[in-house]
Design a binder for this molecule. Sequence first.
Ligand code: AMP
Length: 281
Amino acid sequence: MELIADVPGLRARLDTARAQGLLIGFVPTMGSLHDGHLSLVRAAVARTDRVVVSIFVNPLQFAPTEDLAAYPRDLDADLALLEPLGIDCVFHPDAATLTPPGRRTTVHVAGLTDRFEGATRPTHFDGVTTIVTKLLSIVGPCDAYFGEKDFQQLTVIRRMAIDLDLPVEVVGCPLVRDSDGLALSSRNAYLSADERRDALVLHRALHHLAATWDGDADSARDALAGRISSAPGVHLDYAEVVDPETLEPLEGVTGGAAQALVAARVGATRLLDTMRLEPTG
Ligand code: AMP
């Protein structure tokens, strides 16, 4: 497993593999890897020929008030987790490589980025889409793996890949939870023991919703929001039931596919969770 920091080095390596007819699998991450990330890597290893994992804490997706400096980083631990998985290389560029001085270009996906995460973090998705576009341009034609954990991000990236004709197959992978049900996230490291216990309401409320889902989006949304906002120590940001492709909130009774999305603050930590609601019709 090679550790590569420079763009020409990575391009040359992947071009050589493609020239041999090999399919590249790409897993972009911000490091501080956990089993959620590793599930994406395992899926890529199983379904493609050469896997590259990027580790880059993207400064553009953090607002000045957010946790960029504090975001957990441990490259050695990440490499130790990746080593046994059989990947080809880790791309670990420095900030100047991906955000060069004099940079004037932003990739913006309209509409899909206004709501939910975009409402509380107005610059977040432009930071994500700009850097993911650059990473995909550097990696070149590939299958790129993203987690459903960040459901809105996955939807935005799928749209972007279509709109920009990127030579990429975007592959979504299921959310991975800890044994107590909490969605795995690098930010879980910020939670105290009490906060972690309080945070379990997100999963419990989603689980209850999925088990009782009868297609009534309005009452489902109210029940989900009610359960989470009445839990101690948890400050609800949003709880929604949406169309999984357009992210439009569903209204009334629906028989088709639906996705529940929640975000909440537990102490100082903002957590996301999501669950698919199976069609009832
Ligand atoms: P991050 O390092 O947080 O930017 O995440 C890198 C990739 O891992 C993204 O595609 C995430 O959606 C995905 N991911 C993060 N947590 C999980 C999880 N618990 N289950 C599945 N995928 C995840």
